[in-house]
Design a protein. Structure first.
Length: 85
């Protein structure tokens, strides 16, 4: 397995060698990767929590600051966000 990093230390690429070839995974920033099949994966930042409502299937994300206080709520269905003061 071989990793390639940018000058600032961000991971750019992972190459896995196996018997008949290689698999390459590309990293686009800290939260997005493209696997060998071409599938994009977006990873949620650790300061963001995904929350769902079991009764209405409403999905939203809580964005927290460095003190773990909720600062922004993003409502997925409407793409609307509310800033919490």
């Amino acid at each position: 397995m071989t990793y390639t990093y940018s000058p600032d230390g961000a991971r750019l690429k992972k190459i896995v060698n196996f018997g008949s070839g290689t698999d390459t995974t590309l990293y686009l920033g800290a939260n997005v990767e493209i696997d060998p099949s071409g599938t994009y994966s977006i990873h949620i930042h650790s300061d963001v929590k995904r929350v769902a409502n079991a009764t209405s299937s409403t999905l939203h994300y809580l964005h927290r600051d460095h003190l773990a206080s909720v600062k922004v709520v993003l409502f997925v269905a409407t793409a609307a966000w509310v800033s919490v003061l």
